[in-house]
Write a protein that binds this ligand. Structure first.
Ligand code: CDP
Length: 252
């Protein structure tokens, strides 16, 4: 442990370039996706990614509630991201807070730009993301789960949306930060990619990086998204094969 002021911070990067969980800088945490994990929803997916456990359920296109949000020329996309009280070390107060409102908004906007919303005027496409266990990168795990759930619901989209956070830890650019890296690192940058066009539909950043580091982070994130995309597609292939539904894994 090193120390910064009064705060004890873990050493995030060993002299040989290994991270606290032994990963390389460009290595993802193990990722497992089950498409169609819930029977009641129109589409669903369960994602286990490192120590994150996230369920997504999708309903729609269906009637808009509340009614005044209805749009005559397109469907609206409403995402509700929620963290269970038991999902984090210090019990999270149940209910809406600013953080979950912000995450719900950026995820709704990301999906609104890939779903063919104009095909379903006056309807709502509702995405529920429930974080059951959190260890950083839950909004990305939520986007991955919701993408697979939307495809499972048969909602037409330009593409699936792989998503990952890149950041800066111990002065180096690293893929897929875990909690200690997110808390004590220098920067955290979640992103979501449309793989076929290379367009980013979600990009946020907390902390500081130079322009050159930002460029390298984007490259590393795009590379991570492309690996995640393969696991997402395989989860859907398995779901729609006879006897499918097996979990898809990477890095396990
Ligand atoms: O989860 P994500 O990285 O998308 O969002 P964040 O706001 O950067 O949160 C990082 C991590 O902090 C979460 O994944 C949780 O592990 C943790 N956290 C927590 O312990 N208690 C909260 N109320 C919020 C977040």
């Amino acid at each position: 442990m090193g120390s910064v002021g009064a705060k004890e911070v873990p050493v995030l990067l060993s002299p040989d370039g290994k991270r606290i969980d032994g990963r390389r800088l460009d290595e993802l945490r193990p990722l497992k996706i089950v498409a169609g994990a819930l029977h009641q929803a129109d589409g669903s997916a369960f994602v286990e990614w490192g120590a994150n456990k996230v369920m997504a359920a999708v309903y729609g296109p269906r009637e808009v509630h509340p009614r005044h949000l209805q749009q005559n020329n397109k469907a609206i996309v409403q995402c509700k991201y929620n963290m269970a009280a038991f999902s984090v070390d210090e019990r999270k107060r149940p209910g809406l807070d600013r953080r979950s409102q912000e995450i719900s908004k950026v995820i709704s906007e990301a999906f609104e730009s890939v779903i063919f919303v104009e095909e379903y005027p006056r309807t709502s496409i509702d995405i529920y993301i429930e974080v059951l266990q959190a260890n950083a990168g839950t909004r990305c795990a939520g986007v991955v789960a919701a993408s697979v759930a939307l495809a499972d619901a048969g909602i037409p989209m330009v593409d699936l949306l792989p998503s990952v956070a890149v950041g800066k830890i111990g002065g180096a650019i690293a893929l897929d930060l875990k909690k200690e890296e997110d808390n004590f690192g220098e920067a955290d940058m979640p992103m979501a990619l449309v793989p076929q066009s290379g367009r980013l539909v979600l990009l946020q950043m907390e902390g500081h990086m130079t322009a050159e580091e930002l460029g390298r982070s984007l490259d590393l994130g795009v590379q991570g998204c492309r690996s995640i995309y393969e696991v997402m597609k395989q989860a859907l292939r398995d779901r729609y094969q006879v006897g499918g539904g097996a979990a898809q894994e990477v890095g396990a």
